[in-house]
Design a protein around this ligand. Structure first.
Ligand SMILES: [Fe+2]
Length: 590
């Protein structure tokens, strides 16, 4: 059975193809269109998926859209009517921006793909999140919690899943409904702190580490816990339900002070900068406390040892680590793409297992479902530009790259299929030595062009992780897709300065060899040189651009920033000759 899943028209569109119960490919539209967070109908992603699998649209048994458009239409209409007359300006915008095309999803999909309307199915938004989390995790039974800004009506759901050869069940126990939303609460602070909503949430989490949670009591005035264990927002502080231009109300500003102007830098040495950092720390703590509390109750209720987390809120690695440590669940699974892009895969898997009742199949436990890299393109382009192009057998390529990293070089690393999801997990990465704060500053300044408070993430091998990071039981699993933030062991912090955040933590990727053998070998080779098999691993892009996908996009980024070496096995490209490398080595050891 061949099933195409689609998520589109909100942010981060994607397509995923499931054949005979197993994912074949999945890619976000932005990786192909090169528009960051591209929300358009994912024509490019669909075309690539079908091409890659050698299928035409006629071969598909079903196309599944990741949410029920009419339910979302109902929600926006109802919210607008409830907020009338405050909402009379926002309603036409909401109609146009957030659902215009969605309501007509069946017609659009049918006409774009030329397939009959009866083949087009819909899942509920949070069913897609739940399926993306549960059906990709190596567990047969688990509790499930999904949380995001909003789908149709639901903003948070709790339930459980069971996989068996006789049938798969994903059971929803309860849901919290719009406008009461943890994701919207966090996004409101994202907007208030001057970051782009749906993109800047991780900046709030990064900023939080610089602050103290001095305003927790104020944040708690915005969100009240309800007797049933859920929560409700005090809508007097918000406007997202009645406005498309502002998410917080004047009462919110009275409580927290003037919002940050987005283009003004955050100076943490000033009282104003510290106020914003404290505000970030406070919303972060309230989010964590609420999630820990709800997952603890879910663990008691289900008695299960495993938890699958889905929805955009599951990108919050600090909260995930606290859930693992404090909820009572032994293992916490977060998929590589917990956000809406991942819903394309979730929707397809849900249709396969639940709607069509197909037998359970193990899903390969990795994030590499996107377009592969073609090293010949890199070789050709770099050769035409007169750069040094070399080819190596794998073992020599690893040694050569480890030498470069040990000499202080920054390496662009392209390997195999592109990651599905927002994180670079070793196939489209910028790698560097993790030891000095100078390296962090250099990357922020010359390569990533981004705020100085932003930390970089490390990658290390599963065998070495515990030596450098304080991993709780289950930490290796949570670190598989970089979904948890853990403490760097104090004795290593000065030697891991580029990846240790100001509060002594790091969002570490814990790499098991079979997931990315080449990167794993590189970590070993680097460890033999430096004594520490840890590398800084950041996404291969510059600020404002999607992560690179093809070899040529990697090459273009390499040419435009201060990356020293670009690797797409077996090809290695450098901007300088071998003699120049020596001088950098000398500089590094001087
Ligand atoms: Fe969502």
């Amino acid at each position: 059975m061949k099933i195409l899943g689609i998520s589109a028209h909100y942010h981060d569109s994607a397509a995923a193809l499931v054949c005979d119960g197993v994912p074949v490919c999945a890619v976000q539209e932005e990786r192909l269109s090169r528009h960051k967070n591209d929300a358009a109908f994912p024509a490019g992603a669909i075309e690539w998926c079908l091409d890659h699998a050698g299928l035409s649209p006629d071969d598909l048994d079903a196309v599944v859209f990741y949410e029920r458009s009419m339910l979302k239409f109902e929600r926006i209409l109802t919210s607008a009517l409830r907020a009338f007359p405050r909402s009379w300006r926002s309603f036409p915008h909401a109609m146009k921006n957030s659902l215009g095309e969605k309501v007509w999803a069946r017609g659009i999909i049918s006409s774009q793909l030329g397939i009959p309307r009866r083949k087009i199915l819909f899942t509920k938004h949070h069913q897609s999140h739940a399926a993306a989390a549960f059906l990709t995790a190596p567990t047969r039974r688990a509790a499930i919690l999904t949380a995001d800004g909003v789908g149709e009506w639901a903003t948070l759901t709790v339930g459980h899943g069971a996989r068996a050869d006789g049938g798969t069940a994903i059971t929803l126990l309860r849901e919290v409904r719009f406008p009461h939303s943890l994701g919207m609460l966090y996004s409101t602070f994202t907007a208030y702190l001057g970051f782009a909503v749906n993109e800047g949430e991780y900046k709030v989490m990064g900023l939080a580490a610089h602050g103290r949670p001095t305003q927790v009591d104020r944040v708690r005035r915005l969100i009240r816990r309800t007797p049933d264990g859920a929560f409700a927002l005090d809508l007097d502080y918000f406007e997202f339900h009645s406005s498309t231009t502002r998410s917080y109300s004047s009462r919110f500003v009275e409580l927290f002070g003037p919002p940050r102007v987005s283009y003004e830098p955050i100076d943490l040495d000033t009282a104003e900068g510290q106020r914003f950092a404290d505000c970030a720390a406070s919303i972060q703590q309230v989010l964590e406390d609420t999630l820990v509390d709800m997952t603890r109750a879910l663990q008691r209720e289900t008695g299960l040892p495993d938890l699958c987390l889905g929805g955009g809120v599951a990108l919050n690695g600090v909260a995930n680590a606290r859930i693992l440590a404090e909820s009572g669940f032994e293992r916490v699974f977060v998929p590589a793409a917990p956000g809406d892009a991942g819903c394309a895969l979730g929707a397809a898997l849900y249709a396969d297992r639940v709607y069509f009742g197909q037998p359970d199949r193990a899903v390969p436990d990795h994030p590499f479902w996107g377009p592969p890299v073609d090293s010949r393109d890199l070789s050709r382009a770099a050769g035409e530009d007169g750069l040094t192009v070399e080819e190596f057998a794998d073992s020599r390529l690893i040694e050569r790259t480890a030498d470069e990293l040990h000499a202080g070089g920054v390496v662009g690393w392209l390997d195999g299929a592109c990651e599905f999801g927002p994180r670079s997990l070793g196939h489209r990465s910028i790698l560097a030595a993790p030891h000095s704060s100078e390296m962090r500053d250099r990357l922020n300044r010359d390569i990533k062009y981004r705020e100085e408070f932003r930390p970089f993430a490390p990658v290390t091998t599963a065998e070495s992780a515990d030596r450098y990071f304080e991993l709780p039981p289950g930490g290796v699993r949570l670190g598989r897709f970089m979904s948890g933030v853990f403490r760097v062991r104090p004795e290593w912090r000065s030697r891991l300065a580029a990846i240790t955040h100001v509060d002594g933590t790091a969002r570490v990727q814990v790499l098991e060899r079979e997931m990315a053998p080449r990167l794993s070998a590189l970590l070993d080779a680097y460890g033999r040189r430096s004594g520490i098999p840890v590398l800084l691993n950041t996404s291969f892009n510059v600020a404002g651009e999607p992560i690179v996908c093809s070899a040529l996009e990697g090459y273009s980024t390499f040419r435009r920033c201060a990356i020293d070496m670009l690797v797409a096995a077996p090809v290695v490209v450098t901007k300088r000759g071998p003699s120049a490398l020596k001088s950098v080595k000398e500089e590094a050891t001087a």
